[in-house]
Design a protein around this ligand. Structure first.
Ligand SMILES: [Zn+2]
Length: 343
């Protein structure tokens, strides 16, 4: 894994370049950002570059023994810890502390990644604190988390923070077309719906998401013709389906409420683009462009803006773990009312 293969994250890459060229390395890092934007890949690239016999520019050479082991996934001094079920448990941290107390097998720098560090139980986090403050020599600790706020302040303050950003749609689209041979229409749809996460975009391109997206758009199109009772029923049904995986379907592997709302958000953005700019080149729902054109003509711009706000608010509310049935009822009734003007 090379830094040059990671899309975007220029600021983080500049930081790593400085770190690699300096003698004195910080020993604990906190990589923050949504899943699927290159945090673990960067940890692997950093491990490779730090232990390479002949690093070139920022990256490892790819052919020395340690680079080859890293590329083959059998480098003994790269430790990867992820939640066991819901949490990173105290036993996992105790085991890690034990492993770290022995010298690295062969490398100059042993790297240990804690994936979803926010999933550490309080006991696990407390047991980890001392290690984090003063890891045995030769060890680098990398914590991956979405938000620093989800971690104990005592953990955050002991780490050098490296923020990772959601990826730009265009860069993702280009990469999906070029590297994964995905057709441009699909690439645009999944890049936009993924919210800047390449991992999620890739998954969406492979699974039932594309089929679901058509269902979700059809549901939205039906909304103005439903009675209020039917709209409420729709809210209950969409929430019930979601109960299996939680609102963030990416965790369970199934598309969830958040993805449905993201698709709806883009639907209104598309309508606004067509309404305001007569623009069809930038829309996400390219396969619905005829329908969008007709709807854009008959909709009021302020209703489209209000609809988009309503969807964005629902996304935020779901992220804050508000009651998902209430959130869905509210957003569906709002969208229905606003759509009433153009039905
Ligand atoms: Zn090398």
């Amino acid at each position: 894994m090379l830094f040059s293969e990671i899309i975007g994250q220029e600021k983080a890459k500049r930081f790593f370049k400085r770190v690699i060229s300096e003698e004195r390395l910080p020993h604990a890092y906190l990589f923050t950002g949504i899943p699927g934007i290159g945090k673990t890949r960067a940890a692997r690239a950093l491990t490779m570059a730090l232990n390479c016999r002949a690093p070139a520019d920022l990256d490892g050479c790819g052919s020395c023994p340690s680079c080859r082991q890293m590329l083959g996934g059998n480098f003994p001094d790269f430790i990867y810890i992820k939640p066991d079920g819901q949490n990173i448990k105290i036993e996992q941290i105790r085991d890690l502390n034990r492993r770290l107390s022995f010298a690295p097998v062969s490398a100059k720098h042993r790297v240990c990644v804690l994936q979803q560090a926010e999933a550490m139980t309080v006991e696990a986090a407390n047991s980890f604190l001392k290690t984090l403050e003063e890891p045995p020599p030769g060890n680098i600790l990398i914590l991956n988390a979405v938000e620093p706020l989800d971690l104990l302040p005592t953990i955050v303050s002991r780490c050098q923070r490296v923020p990772f950003q959601p990826l730009p749609v265009q860069a993702m689209t280009d990469w999906l077309i070029k590297e994964k041979d995905i057709d441009s229409q699909t690439a645009i749809i999944v890049a936009k719906a993924s919210g800047g996460s390449l991992g999620r975009a890739l998954k969406m391109s492979e699974d039932v998401f594309l089929e679901k997206r058509r269902e979700w758009v059809s549901g939205l199109l039906k909304l103005p013709r439903l009675s209020k009772g039917e709209a409420l029923q729709m809210a209950v049904e969409s929430t019930a389906k979601d109960k299996r995986g939680g609102p963030d379907g990416s965790k369970s592997g199934e598309p969830g409420l958040l993805e449905m709302l993201a698709v709806w958000g883009y639907w209104y953005r598309d309508l606004l683009l067509m309404k305001a700019a007569g623009q069809t080149r930038l829309i996400m729902n390219v396969d619905f462009s005829d329908k969008l054109q007709i709807l854009a003509k008959s909709s009021k711009i302020e209703n489209l803006i209000d609809s988009l706000f309503a969807v964005d608010k629902a996304i935020k509310d779901l992220r804050r773990m508000r009651n998902s049935t209430l959130v869905m009822e509210h957003v569906l009734l709002t969208l229905q009312r606003l759509a009433g003007y153009y039905s």
